[in-house]
Design a protein. Structure first.
Length: 364
């Protein structure tokens, strides 16, 4: 049976009325929670807003550079260019190798290296610092076209975000962080616990719903995920909810049955709105390197991915995979995950990202 779950009301509060859900197939009635009130902004989380992601870190909090300074590319460039190197093909070859080992990808690395060679032959770089600046420019130029923030279309009510990805990428946690972001931007939300393949995922999403005072549509483990999504969209429509975020089962891109289920979810949602889902947001683990390419290729073939969230870029993640994804697919990167806290999910900013991956100068 479907359940429409939210945090229990305080003593004396009006109890939610029961209404039957609408689902693609006949189903027992589901209880419907009372309207969700968006909580007031928590002053400790105000930097989650879309305009504060590239701002300098507040005292005691780590910014982009502090999070990504451990990247292989940062260390390699310092070593290669830090000892007054001779500007020429040999140095460019070393930079190209460093880009490849940092998961930038062979094709993107070659193109960047070739541009640097042409500029070096024209004597555009007076010294190694100028070459470093040129490298930064080329990397930013590669990322700039796919740095497109996610915008909620007010004509789509609800605006449906379907989240997809393989196991263990942090998909459900990302949903919780996105929920808080959208709340602080003034949107009303609802969540759909479509990961019916893993029982713990439903409970995890309910916890996020309770933290944010957001209703969660759920069903038992092993249930039809498409029915959960359909029921949630029906409820969101009837309640005037602005954003519906639907979780899906984490799956390997080689699992044909689960991959086909994604296509079914999309078809079911389109019965209520031919444009739904309005955003297919794929969550990618930044530590998987070039495996992310094959994952995205398979998911995109089934679900037509429209945006990416790249997580776990703090710590030992190379980070170069973002360049490979940009070169291969051109799909917008909406957010990046730089840590575990709510505020560590940042709107993707190519200048801030490249600035964090590479040193400012080779002197200090």
């Amino acid at each position: 049976m479907f359940s429409f779950w939210k945090k229990k009301p305080a003593d004396g509060a009006a109890q939610p009325a029961a209404t039957p859900p609408v689902a693609p197939d006949p189903a027992p009635p589901a209880s419907v929670a009372a309207p969700v009130a968006t909580p007031a902004s928590d002053t400790s989380l105000t930097d989650l807003g879309a305009h504060a992601d590239a701002a300098p870190a507040a005292p005691g909090k780590l910014g982009w550079r502090e999070r990504l300074r451990k990247s292989i590319l940062f260390k390699d460039v310092r070593e290669l260019m830090g000892a007054n190197p001779i500007l020429g093909d040999e140095l460019i070859d070393e930079i190209e190798t460093s880009l490849i080992t940092s998961d930038v990808g062979v094709t993107a690395s070659r193109e960047i290296a070739e541009k640097l060679r042409r500029r070096t032959s024209k004597r555009e770089f007076a010294n190694a610092d100028a070459l470093l600046a040129g490298l930064r420019d080329e990397l930013i130029e590669l990322l700039r076209p796919i740095a497109v923030p996610l915008r909620i279309d007010p004509s789509c009510k609800p605006f449906v975000i379907l989240t997809v990805g393989v196991n263990g990428v942090g998909k459900t946690t990302t949903i919780g962080k996105l929920t808080r972001r959208f709340q602080l931007d003034g949107h009303s939300l609802m969540l759909a616990a479509g990961d019916t393949f893993r029982a713990a995922a439903v409970e995890q999403l309910k916890i996020w719903g309770e933290r944010n005072n957001v209703a969660v549509v759920a069903q038992g483990s092993g249930s039809d995920a498409a029915s959960v999504a359909f029921d949630a969209m029906q409820a969101a429509k009837s309640r005037g909810i602005e954003v519906l975020i639907a979780d899906t089962a984490g799956r390997l891109h080689t699992q044909a049955g689960l991959m086909n289920e994604l296509g079914k979810i999309g078809r079911v949602l389109s019965r209520l709105d031919e444009r739904a889902p309005h955003e297919v947001l794929m969550v990618i683990d930044g530590t998987t390197g070039q495996n992310a390419i094959s994952q995205l290729r398979q998911f995109n073939a089934v679900a037509k991915v429209t945006g990416l969230v790249v997580t776990k870029l703090d710590g030992t993640a190379r980070g170069g995979v973002l360049f490979a994804l940009a070169r291969e697919f051109g799909i917008p990167i909406r957010y990046v995950g730089l840590g575990e806290r709510l505020e560590d999910l940042r709107v993707f900013d190519p200048e801030a990202f490249v600035d964090a991956l590479l040193p400012d100068t080779l002197g200090g």
